[in-house]
Design a protein around this ligand. Structure first.
Ligand code: ZN
Length: 399
């Protein structure tokens, strides 16, 4: 059985060990050592990485009571020197301790218990047993958690008997027959845990809850701590700076400025729509005249909503029998084809040209409509539709 050095000192990064077993795991050379600093993925915390005699350890797994180090190359038996990737380890120590602090604060302030946790490589999550979670609860817990960080409370890990553990920990009943490792954040949290933690809460740096989502009747929170918290702050500051520079306004005026732009944009779109509608109505006479002469008319409007386009197509075809192939640029590219002359099925025509605008649509033989994002292809789609109609034959369509 491997001696787990990280149980006693989470800050130890180098060690010497003897290879006890060699094998292959997940297609990689793998070894079991008599002692190790490498933490295997378990208890919601991810594994360490590092090196054994300079050979990369890319995964560490706990299997059948043994800790297997998965290697990039085979390792010779005998004494090996191990070194863990300290930056990765310390990052997980920060996230893991932040988890205990959050769990402790939810319990202390609101008697909300913790159901699960996962410490990922980008963000971590904590699931809490509460039905109704308010913004106020989140803000108070986050503020309290950071207060605990700044108080630099001691974080201690120690082994006790299962009886002693059950006497002290009220949150979970322990059913093991072996010594239990407890992790204590002074005056806040006491929990059975086999993970790695910082020695004092100040090393967590900062704790920030990023998101909350309801799952299966309780809540899951996403959080970052330590270096990740600082990185998140930098990322968001950069976004705000870019927005401020683009809109040439101070960060505290951004919200008002963006709301004003959205409202102005809405008004402009309405005005544009009114203008386009009036123009389209004027264009209708020309469309009918063209249809009277040619039988088929194709026209692309610069800006028009689907409803207006459809209205024009239906009115024009009622007024003057013909085939009307209309398109418009709007929120996306729109196509409406109407036929009030010969029994000619427009559905295969639409089906043939919709892929040109990455569109979807359908309808009946005499009236079809569709829309798609590739507005720059509307003109070509319309030309192709006109070609298909003038050929007077339906394109072979799979359906
Ligand atoms: Zn822990």
């Amino acid at each position: 059985m491997t001696e787990r050095l990280y149980f006693h000192d989470a800050y130890q990064t180098r060690f010497f060990a003897q290879v006890l077993q060699s094998g292959v795991m997940d297609g990689c050379p793998a070894v079991v050592l008599d002692q190790t600093c490498f933490y295997p993925t378990s208890g919601g915390q991810m594994h360490d990485t590092g090196w054994l005699n300079g050979i990369a350890v890319h995964d560490v797994k706990h299997q059948d009571g043994e800790i297997w180090h998965l290697l990039s190359l085979p390792l010779q038996n005998g004494t090996v020197e191990g070194k863990i990737d300290w930056q990765r380890r310390f990052d997980f120590m920060q996230q893991h301790t932040a988890f205990h602090i959050l769990a402790g604060c939810f319990n202390e302030l609101f008697k909300i218990s913790t159901l699960a946790s996962h410490l990922g490589e980008e963000v971590s999550t904590i699931e809490i047993d509460v039905k109704d979670l308010t913004e106020e609860i989140l803000q108070r817990v986050e503020a309290r958690a950071n207060q605990v960080v700044w108080e630099n409370r001691a974080v201690n890990a120690f082994f006790v008997t299962p009886e002693q553990a059950n006497d002290r920990v009220v949150r979970k009943k322990i059913v093991l027959n072996e010594p239990v490792r407890l992790v204590e954040i002074a005056g806040l949290d006491l929990d059975p845990c086999g993970g790695t933690h910082v020695a004092g809460t100040a090393q967590v740096g900062v704790i920030k809850i990023l998101a909350a989502e309801r799952i299966r009747g309780h809540w899951r929170l996403t959080f970052v701590a330590g270096r990740r918290g600082w990185r998140e702050f930098c990322r968001e500051s950069q976004i705000i700076k870019t927005l401020s520079d683009t809109l040439t306004t101070g960060s505290d005026q951004l919200k008002g400025q963006i709301e004003k732009m959205i409202s102005e944009n809405k008004e402009m779109r309405k005005a544009l729509q009114r203008h386009s509608r009036a123009q389209a109505d004027q264009a209708m006479a020309g469309l009918c005249e063209h249809a009277a002469q040619q039988g088929v008319v194709a026209h692309l409007f610069e800006y028009l909503g689907m409803e207006d386009l459809r209205r024009i197509a239906v009115s024009a075809s009622k007024k003057q029998p013909g085939i009307y192939l209309l398109a418009a640029k709007g929120d996306q590219g729109y196509l409406v084809f109407a036929n009030s002359k010969d029994p000619f099925d427009l559905r295969p025509v639409l089906k043939a040209v919709l892929p040109m605008i990455n569109g979807r649509g359908g309808g009946e033989a005499s009236l079809v409509q569709g829309g798609g994002p590739a507005q720059e292809m509307l003109k070509q789609a319309l030309e192709r539709a006109a070609q298909l109609v003038s050929q007077g034959k339906e394109p072979s369509a799979e359906s």
